[in-house]
Design a protein. Structure first.
Length: 84
C-alpha cells in the first residue's frame, strides 16, 4: 500500500513538472510571433544623438516638430535658432 501511495505522489510530481516544462516551451515559441514592435528613433537636432521617440522631449519650432534628448539640448538649440 505504501508503494502505491509513493508511486502516485511521484507520478503526480512528474506530471506537473512535465506539464510546466511543455507549457513554457510552447509559450517561448509564441513570443516572437506576437510582434515585438521596434521602437522609432529620432535625432536630436542639437547634439545629433538618436533617442527613442517616446522618451524624447518634443518641441514645435518654426512650424516643424523637433525631438530633444534633454532639456539642456533643447534650450541650447532654441538659443542658436534665435541668433540666426
Amino acid at each position: 500500500m505504501a508503494r502505491f501511495i509513493l508511486f502516485t505522489i511521484l507520478f503526480s510530481i512528474l506530471y506537473y513538472v512535465l506539464r510546466f516544462l511543455v507549457k513554457n516551451i510552447f509559450s517561448l515559441r509564441k513570443k516572437p510571433d506576437r510582434g515585438i514592435e521596434a521602437e522609432e528613433l529620432v535625432q536630436d537636432p542639437y547634439c545629433q544623438t538618436y533617442i527613442p521617440k517616446r522618451s524624447a522631449l518634443k518641441k514645435k519650432v518654426a512650424g516643424s516638430v523637433h525631438y530633444f534628448c534633454n532639456q539642456e539640448c533643447m534650450e541650447r538649440y532654441l538659443r542658436t535658432e534665435k541668433e540666426r
